[in-house]
Structures are given as structure tokens and as C-alpha cells.
Design a protein around this ligand. Structure first.
Ligand code: FEO
Length: 398
């Protein structure tokens, strides 16, 4: 933002948009991202989160349009990762080095590990409340969403949840709120969940249960990336519930790379076989599709079918990249199968199956390997394998 936006009485969004970023530690951010920060004006003025280091002065400039930055009494650091805390030393220098920075106990440890300049850190306990005048702010530990230090801040009277990474989207368009951007926000949010939070799904489930049990009323959710959920915060909470339960659709994604088009031919025939049973399928060539877009497809997909030619007794490097990435994000309850063309040794299928086993996936078929170029019979085998996969998907999904 080049100017602050009032989101509630006395509460402003003062963060910055990063229009240029296209790679966020391995995640393709085609629409950039935003580093949201929030200014709460009360008897004590509070800044919730800061921004990436390069945007420090832009944040100060935005704050200055509302109050003199030196009038900020304290800063809350919900999360140490540098997209939210990189500018913290500079911001504290501008608002007053002695001002308090509130964070979780892990935040205290992690912030000290990142900055040599001393900060006046104070840790807050899970559930602790502070009074800043008309308002009460409370803190909720959200370990591993996305780092061990993560926490939420809740403005009790306003019923606003400042949720750090959770419920975010990497989006730097001209919309500030969910009702301005429209349904596309769910695509951005799904990609974000698949690539940042999927591996912490059990933590998300625990958190949603504890929030429901506490009866916390949420009128608005302000994440640190993307748009604010003011129209329908329940929509993103419901989506997080589904995604974290890993509820899967009757779908397959066929991920492949190819050397001389043979593995690509196999991929298409397998996809045809799956589709012939009325199961949705998506073909994703790893040379054309970014790993983070593949991961987004994986989010609600029951079956992962992976094809690789054999190269130097192994799998293709780009396939290894995608498999490593998927493995780290720990998708659960998936079916899997492998295939590939080979010249003389043909280890790729075996290696892919070992990877599926390591990921706890149910292997539908031992895998199909075809020497050199698939002929008519080989392509029929691919189609039949696709049908076998399709039948298994139908049997195992609602
Ligand atoms: Fe947006 Fe985990 O930082």
C-alpha cells in the first residue's frame, strides 16, 4: 500500500506490497505478495508486525500518515520470519529503541538469534491479555503455523484476529478485502495452504478445535499476507478445516517429465484411462508447471501418478525436485502409481515407488515401465493402468 487503510475504528492496515517478488523460497508468487502490518490507536498505540527489511521506510512512511511513529508505545511480533520481522531493528530505531516488543517465548529466542542489535523483548504467555485503553489484546500460541514462534493477536472488543501467516495469500493486487477480490481469493488461499501449511495440518486441526471450544467470536481476520477477511471469515476457516482434514476429491494428477516424448505418451494414455471412468484428471509436465502449482493441485487430489524416464540409473532431476517438495509438505491419505520409459536399466519406477512408500502413500500398481518407445500394446497397458487407478479412486473417495 502507498497509503494506510482504515479497517476498523482506530485500526489501520499500514503494510507494504511487494509487486516484484516471483519466488518466495521456492513458491511461485506470480502476483507478488504483501507484508501486512496493523496499527492500533488507543491509550497505548500498538504496531502489530512489521515488514520485510527492504520495505522498512515505506512502513514508517505509512505510519507517519496517521501518527508520529515515535508515539507508538509497543510492537507485537507475531512471527519471526524475516518477511514480518526483517525491518524490526530499523523500526525500533525510528520509534524508540527502549519501546517493548511483545512476542511468544519462542519468538524471544528466535528474534535474538536473528538480530545483533538488542531489542527490548518481552514474552507473552498463551492466553495472556493486555489492556491498551479501550481495548484488550490477547495472545494465542500457534506453534508451527508457520514457525515455532508463531502466535495470533486478538483484539477482543473489535473481534479482530491478527493471524500472521495463517489464512494468508500471496497476492499483491489492488484489493484490500475479500469482498473486493471475489472468489479468486480461494485459489490464492488454497495455493498458500498447500505450499506453506499442509505439513502442519494436525496443528491446524488442534487450533480450530481449541478456537471453537473457547467460543472466540471472529468478525474479521487480518493475515500478514494478502487480503483481509471481513465479509466472510467463516469461509476461510471452513476451508482450513477441510484442507487440514485432507478431505480428498475424486481426482488424479499425472505428474511427468519426458526425454524423447515416450513418457509423455504414456502419461496421456494413463490420463485417458482414468478419465474414461469419469474421474477428473490433470496432466502436469514438470518442465511447464511450477512445483508450487503442482502442489496446489495435490492439495485435494486423491491420486498422484508420477512418470519419469530413467536417466543415469535414476529419476529425472526435475521429478526429484518435485518429489522432494511434495514429500516435505506431507500429503496424507493418497494413492500413488509410477510409470516411465527407459533405455537399458529402468530404475525410475522402482525409485518412485520407494519415494511413495517413504511418504506413506498406498501404491495402487507396481508401476509400468516401457523400453524406449511405447507401441500399441504398451499404450493399451497404459490405458488399462489408468482404468485401474480410476476404479481405485472411485472405491476410496466419497
Ligand atoms: Fe510470512 Fe512464515 O512468514
Amino acid at each position: 500500500m502507498f497509503k494506510p487503510v482504515q479497517i476498523a475504528d482506530g485500526i489501520y492496515s499500514v503494510g507494504c506490497r511487494d509487486w516484484d517478488i516471483r519466488d518466495f523460497h521456492g513458491y511461485s508468487t506470480y502476483e507478488g505478495t504483501s507484508y501486512n502490518a496493523f496499527l492500533v490507536l488507543d491509550e497505548k498505540n500498538v504496531l502489530i508486525d512489521t515488514v520485510k527489511k527492504e520495505f522498512a521506510e515505506e512502513l514508517i512512511d505509512n505510519i507517519s500518515k496517521i501518527i508520529d511513529p515515535s508515539k507508538i508505545d509497543m510492537v507485537i511480533s507475531n512471527h519471526t520470519e524475516m518477511d514480518h520481522s526483517g525491518s524490526l531493528p530499523h523500526v525500533m530505531h525510528r520509534i524508540g529503541q527502549d519501546k517493548t516488543v511483545l512476542c511468544s517465548s519462542m519468538g524471544m529466542k528466535n528474534l535474538k538469534s536473528h538480530f545483533s542489535r538488542p531489542l527490548n523483548l518481552r514474552s507473552v504467555a498463551n492466553g495472556e491479555e493486555i489492556n491498551i485503553g479501550k481495548r484488550t489484546l490477547s495472545f494465542l500460541e500457534t506453534k508451527m503455523l508457520h514457525w515455532p514462534d508463531s502466535m495470533f493477536t486478538y483484539a477482543k472488543e473489535d473481534k479482530i484476529l491478527f493471524s500472521s501467516d495463517a489464512f494468508g495469500q500471496h497476492y499483491a493486487g489492488d484489493c484490500i478485502f475479500d469482498d473486493e477480490i471475489g472468489d479468486i481469493v480461494m485459489d490464492h488461499a488454497a495455493k498458500y495452504y498447500a505450499n506453506i501449511l499442509l505439513n502442519y495440518s494436525s496443528r491446524v486441526q488442534e487450533l480450530l478445535k481449541s478456537v471453537a471450544a473457547s467460543g472466540l467470536e471472529i468478525k474479521m481476520i487480518c493475515p500478514d499476507h494478502g487480503v483481509i477477511w471481513r465479509d466472510n471469515p467463516g469461509k476461510i476457516i471452513g476451508a482450513y478445516d477441510r484442507w487440514s482434514r485432507q478431505e480428498l476429491s475424486k481426482k488424479a494428477v499425472v505428474i511427468f517429465d519426458t526425454m524423447w516424448s515416450s513418457t509423455a505418451k504414456m502419461a496421456r494414455e494413463i490420463a485417458k484411462g482414468i478419465e474414461s471412468l469419469g474421474v477428473n484428471v490433470r496432466l502436469m509436465n514438470t518442465r511447464k508447471c511450477h512445483r508450487s502449482d503442482i502442489m496446489t493441485e495435490v492439495l485435494d487430489t486423491k491420486a498422484l501418478i508420477v512418470g519419469s524416464p530413467t536417466l543415469n540409473n535414476g529419476i529425472f532431476p526435475v521429478i526429484a525436485d518435485v518429489m522432494t517438495y511434495i514429500k516435505g509438505l506431507k500429503p496424507k491419505n493418497r494413492l500413488a502409481a509410477s510409470f516411465g520409459s527407459y533405455g537399458w536399466s529402468g530404475e525410475a519406477v522402482k525409485i518412485l515407488n520407494q519415494e511413495f512408500e517413504a511418504m506413506g502413500m498406498e501404491i495402487i500398481d507396481n508401476g509400468l515401465k516401457i523400453q524406449y518407445v511405447p507401441d500399441k500394446d504398451a499404450l493399451e497397458k497404459c490405458f488399462e493402468m489408468g482404468q485401474k487407478i480410476g476404479r481405485k479412486i472411485i472405491e476410496t473417495t466419497k
